[in-house]
Design a protein around this ligand. Structure first.
Ligand code: 13P
Ligand code: SF4
Length: 310
C-alpha cells in the first residue's frame, strides 16, 4: 500500500462507492472502531447484520463473527480483513469431537455460545451470547437436560445464575483466563473506590470479586449508569477505547494479567489492521464462503436465538 495514502479517507470513500457497511467488535484497534458504522457485542453485531441493507458487510472482528453474518445474510458479500483471525474458544470445540460428545447425550438440549464454528452451530439447538444466555437457558423447559458449550467459565457462571445443572464442554478463552487475582486485589487496595467489572468468560475467582458481570455492551452500559469514578476492567483491553470516549471524566484500568505481557489483547482480534481493512474493502476479499447445506443447518439455532432475543 502506498505509504502516502490517507487510509481513513480511502476507506470512507470506498465504503460509499461500494455500498458497504463496517461492523466492528469492541476488541478491534481504536482506529478501526472509529471508522465503523456500528460497534457492538456479539448479539448486537448479529442483529445489525440481520438489519442492514448494504450490499457488502466488512466484518472487523474474528472469523466466527463474520461467519454468523454470512449465515444470517446469505445474499450479501461478507468480507473479513484477515481470514486467520480465529478464536481460541471456538477452536476448543472441534466439530468431530463435539459431534461424538453430543451423540452420548441424545436427550440433551444443546446451547452453544456464539463463539464456535458453523459446524458446531449446526450441531446445536440454540445459540446464545453473553448478553442473552440467561434468557436462552430459561427458555428451555426445566425438565430438559442441557449441554452448554464451548465456554466452561461462562457455563459455570450461568449454572450459578440460573440454578440449572448443565453439562459443560471444557473450552475457554485464552484472553479471559490470564487475569491475576493477586494483582487485582492489590489494585483494589490501592484504589478502594474502584469497581471491578468483568466479562463472564473470566474464571470463577475473578468473577467472584466483581461488582458487575456482563457482555462488552453490558460493561459499557453499566459504566454509563453507575456513579463510581474508577473501574478495573477484566476483559479484552480494546473496550477501554469506547469507555474512555463515552465517559472521559472516569478512569479505566485494564485488569492486570499474571505475567507482565500484553495478553489482555486478543491476538486474533488484533490481526485486523487499518491497512488490511482498506485492502479488503478495495478487493472485496478475503470473502466468507459457506456450503449452503451447512449454512441452513447453522442458521436454525441462530434464528431461534434472534427470535428469543427480539
Ligand atoms: P461479547 O462482545 O458478546 O461480550 O463477546 C466477547 C468476546 O469474547 C467476543 O469474542
Ligand atoms: Fe475468542 Fe477470546 Fe479473542 Fe474473544 S477474546 S475472539 S473469545 S480468543
Amino acid at each position: 500500500v502506498d505509504p502516502y495514502l490517507n487510509l481513513v479517507e480511502e476507506i470512507q470513500a470506498l465504503k460509499r462507492e461500494k455500498n458497504a457497511v463496517i461492523l466492528a467488535h469492541y476488541y478491534q484497534e481504536s482506529e478501526i472502531q472509529d471508522l465503523a458504522d456500528y460497534i457492538g457485542d456479539s448479539l448486537g453485531l448479529s442483529q445489525e447484520a440481520a438489519r442492514t441493507d448494504a450490499r457488502m458487510i466488512v466484518f472487523a472482528g474474528v472469523h466466527f463473527m463474520a461467519e454468523v453474518a454470512k449465515i444470517i445474510c446469505p445474499d450479501k458479500k461478507v468480507v473479513l480483513p484477515d481470514l486467520k483471525a480465529g478464536c481460541s474458544l471456538a477452536d476448543s470445540a472441534p466439530a468431530d469431537a463435539f459431534r461424538r460428545f453430543r451423540e452420548q447425550y441424545p436427550d440433551h438440549v444443546v446451547i452453544s455460545y456464539i463463539n464456535c464454528s458453523a459446524e458446531v452451530k449446526a450441531l446445536s439447538d440454540i445459540i446464545c451470547t453473553s448478553s442473552n444466555a440467561e434468557k436462552i437457558i430459561r427458555s428451555v423447559p426445566p425438565e430438559k437436560p442441557i449441554i452448554f458449550a464451548p465456554d466452561k467459565n461462562l457455563g459455570k457462571y450461568l449454572i450459578k445464575k440460573t440454578g440449572r445443572d448443565m453439562l459443560l464442554w471444557n473450552g475457554s478463552c485464552m484472553v479471559h483466563e490470564i487475569f491475576s487475582v493477586e494483582k487485582i486485589t492489590r489494585l483494589k487496595m490501592r484504589y478502594p473506590d474502584a469497581k471491578l467489572i468483568a466479562h463472564p468468560e473470566c474464571e470463577e475467582a475473578v468473577l467472584s470479586m466483581a461488582d458487575y458481570i456482563g457482555s462488552t455492551t453490558g460493561l459499557l452500559n453499566f459504566v454509563g449508569r453507575d456513579t463510581a469514578n474508577t473501574y478495573i476492567v477484566a476483559t479484552e483491553a480494546g473496550i477501554l477505547h469506547q469507555m474512555e470516549k463515552h465517559y472521559p471524566d472516569k478512569t479505566f484500568i485494564p485488569a492486570p494479567p499474571e505475567n507482565n505481557c500484553a495478553c489482555n489483547n486478543c491476538p486474533h482480534m488484533k490481526l485486523n489492521t487499518l491497512e488490511k481493512l482498506y485492502l479488503c474493502l478495495k478487493y472485496e476479499q478475503p470473502e466468507i464462503v459457506l456450503d449452503e447445506d451447512l449454512r441452513q443447518r447453522a442458521y436454525r439455532p441462530l434464528a431461534r436465538m434472534l427470535e428469543i432475543s427480539a
